[in-house]
Each structure stands twice: as structure tokens, then as C-alpha cells.
Design a protein around this ligand. Structure first.
Ligand code: PRX
Length: 646
């Protein structure tokens, strides 16, 4: 496998970038020539952002799993595709070669067909970070079923909402998942999600933790039995593999739910060809992957980062992807460094929140650890502060490894803005330059391009993208209008990212964070409206307002202002715990507020709109810049809230 489209110099970057903007069709057709197609495209790109409608490689036929597996078998069948590091460091590492991956994915495909899953059906996957999760994802793609992976930290209610929205009829899960010293009872959560559900036909359960579970006759099946049967069938038919379904370039590959500014998560839809080309291209270029390198992305496959840079990007490039079941701080804060040393990791890709939390343990956990295999470091998920950037660069990279700060989103499929490791310049806490094919623009509130620099010589505005790149979302599942209003209606003919950004004299971008009502807590995206809805479910709550505030480790913390019914408000501490429990039930523990302040009223305009700007300032402790509060319905509530601030 070679990567003729890998950019090797700054000059080559500029050349490719210009070509990609001047003639995107030609540029991306050239890149796409390096993939395995059952039939080539009739046209490279058709689009308008008005509907919106985006089609890449129209008319082409392919199966992404042939690109991720089959085409590597001849040259790399015995090379590791996935190296799996278990939660417990004493447990056995599993090395999954491309040959084994091929076999397992074929078995999953057969198993799904045996259980009535058809092309286009939605399969919900709710599993821990084990190789079977990758097999399940790829097995769906093999037969053209649409996978929708739900992160293991989401509650039964969240799963039920997603199952309903996706119209899913099949689930693949585990009895439980290990996370540090905890066992998460995944199947029990699924059972709760399925109370009263009549749509789910089959639940396939892999045994990981031997957690006691109930198996419902006729609906629930053991993965092990089903896989064995599938293997027998494949052998009986003399098949070495399950033939890959022929997919249209624009057939959906997966749905992944993510939070927006409304209370209801939306199902972002990615399609087969564009997503494949984009994740592969960005993987090979951002990290400057060299064949044989061990790539360790610490994300969970429940999020887009895991989809794109544990599974599809690396495997389509014939890479070795290291998959980790555990957490960075268990059994101790050396865990990542032990893994790097043990597996001679070359590329480490993690989140600023993990870096900040490990920084907090000082340098002792690094003592005696051999990190010399590392060549490239990456970050993703939230803005990285300069202190964390330098700590990562100095103590992990020893000043020798380029740090790539990759900015992107669930909706973008892969990285849009980043420096390319060692090829284009880095600037601490700046994502820097756009990938070829990406045309960013900063606009003001009216959608006009900003061109007046601020006092530090920087342009500042809302980050939009002018034209589609192959990995852009195509729709939000079942509700195209929602996709339009969310991303394409704020500013005419632009994709709006929801992020604010700065641009310097070199054209480098720095992402400053969300400008909408979306929080980024430890790199997890959570809508304020979602958390408010969950808090309001508590029987004692009258109303609530949620904002973010700066948090040393998580990046952002969740601050909730809550009005409670007088007669039920007996004990602050107990009520707080009840509210936290409610949020955990409705969304999951990741959305639990860090602070809950009980208030008598919320600052509202005369028309009844909550003035979140004021609450944000209070939560951020910027009390001197609350602005004019005299137009509020009841200005005295502000003093009361400031007085009771936590
Ligand atoms: O605010 C940006 C932030 O994460 C948001 C996207 O979240 P999600 O869809 O969950 O995807 C996370 C992984 C790609 C963005 O709108 N974000 C992501 N990467 C960065 C970032 N903010 C600053 N710098 C980054 N490198």
C-alpha cells in the first residue's frame, strides 16, 4: 500500500490546496483512484447548500469493507490490523491480523443475515471497546446495514430515544464492559431501554464480563453461538469470506447521534464513498502515517473520533490501529505510557482533557518509561490550552514529535483544520491550516466575511465552510429539514460549524469554542437544552438554566441554575443528589452538572426569554461585565443569584 496523495512538504501542501480549490473534481478524482471500486463514478461532485444536497462520486459502486480489509490481504494478510489492549494490564493482548479481521467480519455479516438483517436496516451497537465492536461495525458495512453506535456511557432513556429515531430493529451489545475498576452492565441498560419496545427483533449479546443478565427467549441471542453457526455455514458453502454488498457511493454508511442546541440529539448521516475517501486522506496526511506505524487513538468508538481514526481511516490505509479498552488513570496514571512502551506506539492521538488530567499527576508516572517510539502526537475534541500543549510536546514528545491539533466535528466526518505532522508549521493551541478541499471563512452575525482585524491583529468571527469536502454530513436521519436549519440556514450558502475562531496573518485558525448552546465537557458534546430537559424531569424542579464555565481539567464544566418548588426543598444536598440521579437516568453520567445552584428566579427579558449571557458571566465569575440588567423583567434576581454563587 502506498499513499501517492500524501503531502510531503509545505510547497506540496500549498500546491495541493490550490488545486483542490481550483478544480475539486479533478483533485478528488485523482485521490479516489487509489481505492477499490466495483464501478467508478459518473460524476465527482454535485452540490448546493440551499437544499442542502451533496453528492460525491455519484454512480460509483463500492463496499468500504473491501477497502478496509480485502484489498490488504495479499500484501498484509498476516500484519496486525488491530492490536487490542485490555482494561486490565495483566490480561491477554489480542492481535487481530487483516486475515483474522476478514474472517470475523465475514462471520458477523453471515450472522446478521441469518437473523434477518437486510441492506439499509439500522443496527444499534452498544458495546465496550473490544475488537468485537470493530467486527460488528464492519460486519454491518459488509452487508450494507446502517450502524448506529451508541457510547457506553449513555442511559437507557438515551438509547430508547435513539432506537426510536433510527427505527432500529437490531441491537448488538455485551453483557458488560470494563472501565477501570468498574463494570458497566450494558445488557441491563439495554433491557431497561427495551421495556415496552415492540420494534426490536433481535439482541445479540457478546460475553465480556460475565455480568449476570437476563436473556429473553426469541429475542436475545448469544454472539458466540451465532458466530459459530455462521462460521459453520460459511465453511459448508465453501466460502472463505462473505461477499461484500455492492453499495452506491451515496448509500448511508452509518448514523451517529450528536448534540445540538435543541433538547433532542440528531442522527448525523455519513455515506459510503465520500466518508471513506475523507477519513483515509486526512488520516494519511494529518498524522503522516507510514506503513507499519502503530497508531493509537485513545477515543471510544462510540464517538466520531473512534469511527474515523480507529476503524475506517486507519484500516482503509492498511494501518495498525491500537484499540484500548480502559481509562488513562487506571490502575494508575502511567497507563498510556505503559501502552506506548509495550506496543512501541508511533502515533498517539488523544484529547486535551486527558492531557490535562495526566498533567495533574506530575512527572512521576513518566519515570523510566520508554516513549522513544513516538513520532507524532495529536489532539482532538476541544481547544487545547498552551500549557497543556507544551507539556505534551516537552514531556511526551520530548520536543521531537510534531503535535497536530486537529479540529473537526461529528458532522465533518474527518479533520478539517490541522497542521500536517512535521510538514506544515505548528503553533501551540492553533489548529492552523485547512486540509486541501476545505475552504473556511469567518463571518460576522450577518454572514458578512470579517476583514477588520482586532487590536491584536487577528480576525475574529463565526467559522463557516464555503464548499463541501467529501466527508461532510449528508443529512440528519429522518429529518432533512433539521439538517438544513441547523447547518445551512444560519448563513446563506455556507456550512455553519457552531464554532468561533480567530485567524492570524499567516492564515492560521484558532478555534475558540462553541458560539451556540452546546457544551464541550471533557471533549464530549452536550446540549444545554438537553441537560435542562433532564433536570426539569425531576418532580421538584420548576425551571432550570444550564451554562458552561471554564474547568481546569474538563475544559468546560456544567453549571445549572435551578428553581425548585418551595415545599419540596428540604435539604440542598439531598435535592442536588436527586437531580444528579435524574440526569444520569435521562442522559447518562457524562451530562451530570458540576454545580447546581438553587435560585428563586432566572434573569428573563420582558418577553420571557432567559438571558443566558448573564448566567454565563456569573458562572464564569466575570461579575464586573454583567452588562445592562435594567431591562430584565425582575433585575433583583441577578443580585440574588450573584449572592448565592457557588
Ligand atoms: O467545538 C469544536 C470542538 O468539538 C466540537 C465537535 O464535537 P464532536 O462533534 O463531538 O467531535 C469531536 C471530535 C472531532 C467542535 O465543534 N473541537 C473539536 N476538535 C477541536 C475542537 N475545538 C478546538 N480545537 C480542536 N482541535
Amino acid at each position: 500500500m502506498s499513499y501517492p496523495y500524501q503531502i510531503k512538504s509545505l510547497e506540496a501542501y500549498h500546491k495541493d490546496y490550490n488545486e483542490s480549490v481550483e478544480n475539486p473534481e479533478k483533485f478528488w478524482a485523482n485521490v479516489a483512484e487509489n481505492f477499490l471500486w466495483k464501478k467508478k463514478w459518473d460524476s465527482v461532485l454535485n452540490w448546493n447548500f440551499k437544499d442542502p444536497k451533496v453528492e460525491w462520486f455519484s454512480g460509483a459502486k463500492l463496499n468500504i469493507t473491501e477497502n478496509c480489509i480485502d484489498r490488504h490481504l495479499e500484501s498484509s494478510g498476516d500484519k496486525p490490523a488491530i492490536i487490542w489492549e485490555p482494561n486490565n494490564p495483566e490480561d491477554r493482548v489480542r492481535v487481530v491480523t487483516y486475515n483474522i479481521l476478514h474472517k470475523r467480519v465475514s462471520q458477523v455479516a453471515q450472522m446478521l443475515i441469518n437473523n434477518g438483517v437486510k441492506k439499509g436496516d439500522r443496527v444499534c451497537i452498544y458495546m465496550g471497546m473490544i475488537p468485537e465492536l470493530a467486527y460488528a461495525v464492519l460486519g454491518c458495512a459488509r452487508i450494507g446495514a446502517i450502524h448506529s453506535v451508541v457510547f457506553g456511557g449513555f442511559s437507557a432513556q438515551s438509547i430508547a430515544d435513539r432506537l426510536y429515531d433510527a427505527g432500529a430493529e437490531f441491537i448488538i451489545t455485551c453483557d458488560g464492559a470494563y472501565r477501570g475498576d468498574k463494570v458497566i452492565p450494558l445488557k441491563n441498560v439495554i433491557d431497561d431501554a427495551l421495556i415496552g419496545n415492540r420494534s426490536i427483533k433481535k439482541v445479540i449479546v457478546y460475553t465480556r464480563t460475565r455480568t449476570p443478565i437476563s436473556m429473553l427467549k426469541g429475542r436475545d441471542l448469544w454472539w458466540e453461538d451465532e458466530m459459530e453457526h455462521a462460521e459453520y455455514q460459511l465453511e459448508k458453502q465453501g466460502k472463505i469470506h462473505f461477499p461484500a454488498e455492492e453499495m452506491d457511493a451515496e448509500d448511508p454508511l452509518f448514523i451517529l447521534y450528536t448534540s445540538g442546541s435543541t433538547g433532542k440529539p440528531k442522527g448525523v448521516v455519513h455515506t459510503c464513498a465520500g466518508y471513506m475517501v475523507w477519513t483515509n486522506y486526512t488520516f494519511v496526511n494529518a498524522f503522516q502515517y507510514q506503513l507499519g506505524d502503530i497508531h493509537f487513538c485513545t477515543a471510544d468508538i462510540g464517538w466520531i473520533t473512534g469511527h474515523s481514526y480507529i476503524v475506517y481511516g486507519p484500516l482503509s490505509a492498511g494501518a495498525t490501529s491500537l484499540m484500548f479498552e480502559g481509562v488513562p488513570t487506571w490502575p494508575n496514571a502511567s497507563r498510556f505510557w505503559d501502552i506506548v512502551e509495550k506496543h512501541k506506539v508511533n502515533i498517539l492521538y488523544t484529547a486535551p482533557t486527558a492531557i490535562r488530567s495526566l498533567m495533574g499527576f506530575g512527572l512521576d508516572p513518566l519515570k523510566g518509561k520508554d516513549l522513544s517510539s513516538l513520532k507524532v502526537l495529536g489532539t482532538v475534541g476541544e481547544p487545547i490550552n498552551e500549557e497543556a500543549w507544551h507539556w505534551y510536546d516537552q514531556n511526551i514528545g520530548k520536543g521531537n514529535c510534531p503535535v497536530v491539533d486537529t479540529w473537526w466535528q461529528t458532522e465533518t466526518g474527518g479533520v478539517l483544520i490541522t497542521n500536517l505532522a512535521g510538514v506544515t508549521p505548528a503553533k501551540p493551541s492553533w489548529a492552523t491550516l485547512p486540509m486541501p478541499g476545505v475552504q473556511p471563512v469567518l463571518v460576522d452575525e450577518n454572514g458578512n466575511e470579517v476583514n477588520v482585524k482586532d487590536e491584536s491583529g487577528l480576525l475574529k468571527g463565526n467559522l463557516c465552510i464555503k464548499a463541501p469536502w467529501p466527508g461532510i454530513l449528508r443529512t440528519t436521519y429522518g429529518d432533512h429539514e433539521r439538517c438544513r436549519t441547523n447547518y445551512f440556514a444560519t448563513y446563506e450558502n455556507l456550512y455553519f460549524t457552531g464554532d468561533g475562531a480567530l485567524k492570524d496573518e499567516n492564515g492560521y485558525y484558532r478555534i475558540t469554542g462553541r458560539v451556540d448552546d452546546v457544551l464541550n465537557v471533557s471533549g464530549h458534546r452536550i446540549g444545554t437544552a438537553e441537560v435542562e430537559n433532564a433536570i426539569n424531569m425531576h418532580s421538584g424542579v420548576v425551571e432550570s438554566a444550564v451554562v458552561g464555565y471554564p474547568h481546569d481539567i474538563k475544559g468546560q464544566g456544567i453549571y445549572a441554575f435551578v428553581i425548585i418548588m418551595g415545599h419540596m426543598h428540604v435539604n440542598d444536598a439531598e435535592t442536588r443528589l436527586d437531580i444528579l440521579q435524574t440526569v444520569t437516568r435521562i442522559i447518562g453520567a457524562i451530562a451530570k452538572p458540576d454545580k447546581i445552584q438553587f435560585v428563586k428566579g432566572l434573569p428573563k427579558t420582558r418577553s420571557g426569554k432567559i438571558m443566558r449571557r448573564i448566567l454565563r458571566k456569573i458562572a464564569e465569575n466575570e461579575l464586573s461585565s454583567l452588562g445592562d440588567t435594567s431591562t430584565l423583567l425582575d433585575p433583583t434576581v441577578v443580585d440574588e443569584i450573584v449572592g448565592g454563587k457557588l
